[in-house]
Design a binder for this molecule. Sequence first.
Ligand code: ADP
Length: 463
Amino acid sequence: MLLMIWLVEVVFFDSIYQKMKSDAIMKTGDEIVSNIDKRNVDKLIEKASRDNDFCITVTDLAGNLIYSGDYYGSCKDNVKLNDFIIRTNEALASNKSIVKIKERNEPYISDISLINSKDFSFKQKLRVIKEISYTGIAEKDEFSYVVMLDTRLTPLQATARIITKLLLIATLVMGIIALFIGYIISRKIARPILEISRQADCLAKGSYEMKNQAGGYLEIRQLSSSLNEAAEKLSQVEHLRNELIANVSHDLKTPLTMINGYAEMMRDFPDEDHQESLQIILDETKQLTLLVNDMLDLSRLKSGTLSLNMTQFDLTALLNSVIDRIKALPAANGYEIEIIAKETVQVKGDELKLSQVLYNLIINAINYTGSDKKVKICQSVQNNKVRIEISDSGKGIAPEELNTIWERYYRTNTDHVRSVVGSGIGLSIVKQILELHHAKFGVESKLDQGSTFWFELDIIDNH
Ligand code: ADP
């Protein structure tokens, strides 16, 4: 901005001033020319002379004066005959009006030296004066007027020097203010950003210790808190990953030890009846297969490579068939599964995946239900939505664990006795499938009173 002001005020000052003056003289001259036969032209001439300090002379083609405007009495002499002829001819030749700038040398006194009290001696010099002139021809009723406007361009060097000085002071003051503002802005913006980027670097290196940025602008504070959140999530992921490795290796190790033990026993005592041992080996391999399949399913669901096969089907029938399948499992022996479903409902979704959801939730309810060995399944309809609730009477889930149980491989306690098969990632599969269906789901649980897992789907109305 300062540079712009310098350029306009100092470098282009003269030419801008000259241009403005030529435009003004041209405009005024043209106005007089077009109003020359009006009654109030003398007023117009006087006003133009007063407002712009123009010397105005209007004559006929022979040079006889008709009007003149010299408001400040600064017009020294009449236009000389020679000049008059040249200017009139030029104006006639060039479309009836012409503006010209010419330079003239004018003597002026530069020094007065006092030799003694009565004598003066003057030193005279010449200075260049720029004059600007307008000549226009007005033709009205076969009579021609010559309109001449003259003014001088005031020498601006002295003014320019003052402006330069003022500008210098302004530049210095503004420079100091700019430095001060710059310092404050850098404190408020740049420093917190540098600090955040340092913390982000630490995050990249694996250190999740973050400091919340209190100062700075709102956006910076938001950035800082987002980074904090990211750090928290990352450290959670890190924690879950460690837990996953520990749990998976534990779950792999137990069946493998069993298989290994029974196989060794069968090798060392070949004569004994090994039916039971073989069954254990088969059961354990089944458990391993289940674990591996579930993990594969989950990773496919998570990565989005497993797409849904959406069809319209009878959810109530599916619920009944899943319950029948579970009842047939030897491990579900002795458990009572009660179902309440007043009507049959049609929904749209992936039937196989939703049967997996039901299977996982019911198996969990059997796994964790209390000593009464009861599981209740309730299907209700409201507002065009069907809600499935699966309740058990077990120990329930602590409120602080209600969110974490949906995470992959989370267990509320690691020493629970498994009555029915389970891989430890059932609920994360349930969550992924229900999210893909855009279904609402959740769990309500009270300690020592049991838990209720539920989800809701849109009903397809056939009528
Ligand atoms: P798991 O094979 O361990 O059951 P899930 O992913 O199905 O794996 O469940 C995760 C955890 O959620 C379980 O380990 C258990 O702590 C808790 N949980 C799931 N269902 C119930 C339930 N009905 N009652 C109490 N806790 C449950």
